[in-house]
Design a protein around this ligand. Structure first.
Ligand SMILES: *Cc1c(COP(=O)(O)O)cnc(C)c1O
Length: 402
């Protein structure tokens, strides 16, 4: 039940055979998996999917594994699409939905990408994998590698959150903190690849994480009755998810599972680390790396990505845009949604809400638009405001003042 036809360089279109271990294309760009969609259309219907278990592997014909036995799974459930009516009303917007990816194994949507990447690595005989990561990708790599009997080496920049670095080590990954920012860690990966034959699982340096993240787009379509929303706000670091969803929509349309309507894709970044926003506004095909690029939002600390031109293409083809939010808008947005709709976003998810609010106020998003925000991780992994109020049970209590 495999429908992969070949791998393709995302820039030049050069073709490579499927079924062997690959990193980047000869042009140094990401490889994308291509499928024989005509054959796939005849083999499976979207109605048939509904009878399958509610997990990402229900889309297995649109995934690259040759053998179902290769699947490395920790319970990748379909994530809920939760309405936020109180916030929509408060902001004067249309229907507002949160795709809560924090329910996945290791508490983030990195699980989707790494579940597929590690499954493929296992199928292709890999024994050691490595990556640089701000945290969540490393936790997912460690978990799936441990599950698959593959060694994992994970390198975290100095400012990676303690909780995710500890999570990586707890899950059996060899976790290291390194003095530098994420883009400065690449030479360590090259060194280990030469010395210990690590398979490099860095963002977009192997073809299969995108395929895992693609399931967010298929799942979203299915959950909305195969009718895509008007806009998707996506917190963009490396951009794997945005690229993956855009690829999913093209495949779904080619299969005849959806019509021609596509959502406007909106890339959300932090004002202090916004290479995609700058490139979008300047109209360039590629994005120049941002110098320094610190932000308090860990998932957005990505000053340069190999997928820059693919993200920019998706934004432009969809009639979407890139938008930056200030770091100090993020926590208020997180608290606002938590306290009006009971939904706990991670800071990256909260950045999409701040961006939505801004885009709505500026008229870039219509007041009747149905919008999906991606909450990419559980808010519980991130610091929350401390509570300082104390009650002395030995003193009389003024209940009306509580
Ligand atoms: C990785 C990550 C992102 C960015 O995702 P990309 O698909 O790489 O752009 C956003 N938020 C969180 C919580 C992440 O872990």
């Amino acid at each position: 039940m495999n429908f992969v036809s070949h791998l393709e360089c995302s820039l030049t279109g050069a073709r490579y055979p499927a079924g062997r271990l690959m990193g980047l294309s000869e042009a140094g760009k990401p490889l994308l998996v291509r499928y024989d969609l005509d054959r796939l259309r005849r083999a499976v219907s979207k109605e048939a999917l509904l009878r399958r278990a509610p997990e990402m592997w229900r889309y297995r014909e649109l995934l690259p594994m040759r053998d179902a036995a290769s699947i490395v799974s920790l319970g990748e459930m379909m994530t809920p699409l939760i309405a936020a009516p109180a916030t929509a009303r408060r902001l004067g917007g249309g229907e507002l939905l949160v795709k809560d990816e924090g329910r996945l194994p290791t508490g983030s949507f990195k699980a989707r990408g790494l579940a597929v990447a590690v499954s493929m690595a296992k199928e292709l005989g890999v024994t050691r994998m490595a990556m640089p990561t701000a945290g969540n990708a490393g936790a997912a790599l460690a978990a799936y590698c441990t599950r698959a009997g593959i060694e994992s080496y994970v390198f975290c920049p100095e400012d990676a959150p303690d909780i995710t670095v500890s999570e990586i080590a707890l899950l059996g990954g060899r976790a290291w903190r390194v003095n530098g920012i994420i883009t400065e860690l690449a030479p360590i990966l090259d060194g280990g690849t030469a010395a210990l034959h690590w398979f490099n699982a860095s963002t977009l340096k192997e073809p299969y994480r995108v395929e895992g993240k693609k399931t967010m787009g298929i799942e979203l379509a299915e959950q909305l009755g195969w009718e895509l929303p008007d806009a998707i706000f996506y917190p963009t670091g490396g951009g794997t998810g945005l690229i993956g969803m855009w690829k999913a929509f093209a495949e779904l349309e080619a299969l005849g599972w959806i019509g021609g309507k596509r959502p406007r894709m909106v890339a959300v970044q932090s004002a202090t680390c916004a290479p995609i926003v700058r490139a979008f506004e300047e109209g360039t095909e590629f994005a120049a790396p941002v110098e320094g690029g610190h932000t308090s939002v860990p998932g957005l600390r990505v000053p340069a990505t190999l997928g820059d031109f693919l993200i920019l293409r998706a934004l432009r083809e969809s009639g979407g845009f890139a938008i930056a939010v200030d770091d100090d808008e993020v926590e208020p947005a997180r608290a606002a949604l938590a306290q009006s709709d009971g939904i706990h976003l991670c800071p990256e998810g909260a950045a999409t809400l701040a961006a939505y609010q801004k885009a709505l106020a500026e008229g870039r998003i219509g007041r009747g638009d149905r919008v999906v925000l991606f909450n990419c991780a559980t808010g519980l992994k991130y610091p929350m405001p401390p509570v300082t109020r104390r009650l002395d049970r030995h003193q009389p209590i003024d209940y009306t003042a509580l």
